[in-house]
Write a protein that binds this ligand. Structure first.
Ligand code: PSU
Ligand code: MN
Length: 301
């Protein structure tokens, strides 16, 4: 595989320093400009301050790229030609020499190819509401079943069917850890109505679980669900009504498939007049701090 890896990331990996992978769909298709590029820069800064090396991942001119420049981040944040790239889209953008923003699934795959074990994002994809008729289940879940990377997130948004998403993760053999909580968080809210299948309370314990899983020969990911900080939380009742409205608007417009998640994220920002964006940025920054700590514990047992 022809990966472009920056010298900084390559040196860090070679010398056993902690590295944290970051995705790019959240930049190109998850937040509006210019808050998206500001978020991307801030998150890289947080990872650095915590003593780890950030590796934001994307496909640039057909090249899977691990570690991005300021200009790359700006392009991903502002260029309309950037395609949302999940696993099935990777061969297309690579062979056609296009720009692609990688989802959780494709970022995991490229991180694993580069030798990175910890990845920070906002929210995972999962089983969409109504999947019993649409079959819309994110490739993030199947990727988690095969690719050995820990994914730090704030749970999943209730644009998805959270119960079915947790069932599917169980079937796929993916440990879902509530970090410092017994409740599985739902992105904007610290609670979802579902219990976290297991709970851990320190970065060292998460690193130990990762090692235990992979030492057992169990390939595949680990989900670390880190609840949004209390002061940034949007109560589940409040955001629930807004999500229902966004879902109804999506159905009325006939939007489906890979456009569903970006549409819903954008519509929620519109309806909340930016309030959801503030919460989204806060939880990603919070996840970056935890991810850097886990990467540090994983790099130095
Ligand atoms: N959920 C969010 N924010 C996001 C995404 C999901 O709260 O930015 C993005 C991630 O990149 C995730 C992708 O991997 O959407 C899932 O898209 P799909 O449902 O099409 O697989
Ligand atoms: Mn889908």
């Amino acid at each position: 595989m022809n990966l472009t890896v920056t010298d900084e990331v390559r040196d860090a990996l070679a010398s056993g320093q902690p590295v944290v992978a970051l995705e790019s769909t959240i930049i190109s298709h998850g937040m509006p400009y210019p808050q998206n590029v500001e978020m991307a820069r801030t998150v890289e800064g947080i990872v650095r301050e915590a003593g780890a090396v950030p590796a934001t991942i994307a496909v640039l001119r057909g090249r899977p790229t691990i570690g991005l420049s300021a200009d790359d981040l700006e392009l991903l944040a502002s260029d309309d030609s950037v395609i949302k790239v999940s696993i099935r889209d990777l061969p297309y953008v690579v062979s056609q020499g296009l720009h692609g923003a990688t989802t959780v699934a494709s970022t995991m795959r490229l991180a694993a190819l580069a030798g990175i074990g910890v990845f920070v994002t906002g929210g995972l994809g999962g089983v969409h509401r109504g999947a019993e008729t649409t079959y819309d289940v994110s490739a993030d879940l199947t990727e988690l079943s095969t690719t050995s990377v820990a994914v730090v997130c704030a749970g999943v948004k209730s644009i998805l069917d959270i119960g079915l998403t947790l069932e599917k993760l169980e079937t796929l053999g993916v440990p879902v850890v509530g970090y410092g909580t017994d409740d599985f968080p739902s992105f904007f809210s610290r609670w979802s109505g579902f219990a976290a299948p297991m709970r851990l309370d320190s970065p060292a314990d998460v690193a130990a679980l990762m090692r235990a899983k992979w030492d057992l020969g169990l390939a595949g990911g680990v989900v670390v669900a880190n609840p949004i900080p209390e002061e940034s939380e949007i109560p589940a009742e409040e955001i629930g009504v807004i999500i229902d409205r966004a879902l109804a608007d999506m159905d009325a417009l006939g939007i489906r498939g890979k456009d569903a998640t970006p549409y819903l994220l954008g519509r929620i920002v519109e309806i909340t007049e930016g309030g959801s964006l503030t919460a989204n940025i806060a939880l990603v920054e919070h996840n970056a701090r935890l991810g850097a700590a886990i990467a540090t514990a994983y790099a130095r047992p």
